[in-house]
Design a protein around this ligand. Structure first.
Ligand code: AMP
Ligand code: ZN
Ligand code: FE
Ligand code: FE
Length: 291
């Protein structure tokens, strides 16, 4: 059996803006020696059955997740739903509507880029996206392939971040709506990568008023000083802590699956809280396979 070797509770597959199948992510997690892996696609839960099937019999514990985008004052705050019941009907319906809205937004982005002399073939990008959630990374990759940007980061920096000519905001939940949707689905609501926000403490404070459960203190975009800062912030607000690699694709400037891992003690706290939430929300029990 061996001891607990860490949980990576944040990564993306081609069901949103990652490039690999859930089964490939399971292989990466096993290669990295992880004990647990969450798939947290943006606005999508339909990759989760493949994740679970691929992990069966390997000893890897899988966690059902999704990443929701919420507005909080001027910021786009990402809320991870972890240990959710992916069959909860309200969540499933709302995520489908969000994916539909993401497709419209992508169309608007392509129109804006064409207007500055950078035409893209939307139908070809839609083929890549399939029934997944259309995101800016899909547009960034198409721009690199067309020779409009020198790499993925360059496409974002010059065209796709807020204030740049290809940017179109996407439809978002409010922060309380996102947190409530996760809780209703029997999951834990965790604010992702707090380093991204103008005022992380304000986000956490507003989140806590709406029932926030945790903070992703360990994330690939946090240096050790930020890790310390956010660990103290979580403690002050009595939040659970989480960890994630936010893996999307190899070669896009971030390390791989398992680059951040949650130790056993905070993992056990998450599992206990999630088991309780399932019961409160009237969703099926967790049924995690033993590590
Ligand atoms: P979207 O949900 O379509 O707005 O896309 C957001 C995703 O794009 C994030 O989850 C990141 O994976 C990626 N992203 C956002 N900003 C950047 C950036 N400056 N450089 C690289 N990737 C980014
Ligand atoms: Zn993403
Ligand atoms: Fe995110
Ligand atoms: Fe993410």
């Amino acid at each position: 059996m061996g001891g607990f070797r860490g949980a990576d509770l944040h990564c993306h597959s081609l069901f949103s803006d990652g490039v690999e199948r859930p089964a490939d992510l399971v292989k990466r997690a096993l290669d990295a020696g992880l004990s647990a892996l969450a798939l947290s696609d943006h606005d999508a839960v339909h990759g989760l059955p493949e994740l679970e099937a691929a992990a069966k019999g390997t000893g890897l514990v899988t966690v059902a997740g999704a990443e929701l985008s919420a507005r909080c004052d001027g910021d786009d705050v990402h809320v991870l739903g972890l240990f959710i019941d992916p069959g909860e009907p309200e969540l499933v319906a709302k995520l489908a509507a969000m994916r539909e809205a993401r497709d419209h937004r992508a169309e608007a982005m392509v129109v804006k880029l064409a207007a500055i002399g950078l035409p893209l073939d939307l139908s070809k990008i839609r083929e890549v996206v399939g029934d997944g959630a259309f995101g800016r990374p899909h547009v960034a990759r198409a721009m690199v392939a067309a020779g409009y940007a020198k790499d993925f980061g360059d496409a974002f920096d010059r065209f796709l971040t807020r204030g740049k000519p290809g940017y179109v905001p996407k439809p978002k939940w409010t922060l309380p709506e996102a947190i409530s949707a996760v809780r209703r689905a029997g999951g834990l609501a965790v604010v992702a990568h707090p380093v991204w926000y103008t005022d992380p403490e304000k986000v956490v404070a507003q989140g806590c008023e709406a029932g926030l459960d945790g903070l992703e203190t360990l994330h690939v975009d946090h240096n050790s000083a930020k890790e310390g800062e956010f660990t103290r912030l979580a403690a002050r607000f009595r939040l659970l802590v989480s960890a994630g690699s936010d893996f999307h694709a190899p070669g896009e400037g971030r390390p791989g699956v398992g680059a951040r891992r949650l130790p056993e003690e905070p993992w056990n706290l998450l599992v206990a809280a999630a088991a309780k939430r399932r019961e409160e929300a009237g969703r099926p029990p967790l049924g995690l396979s033993p590590a």
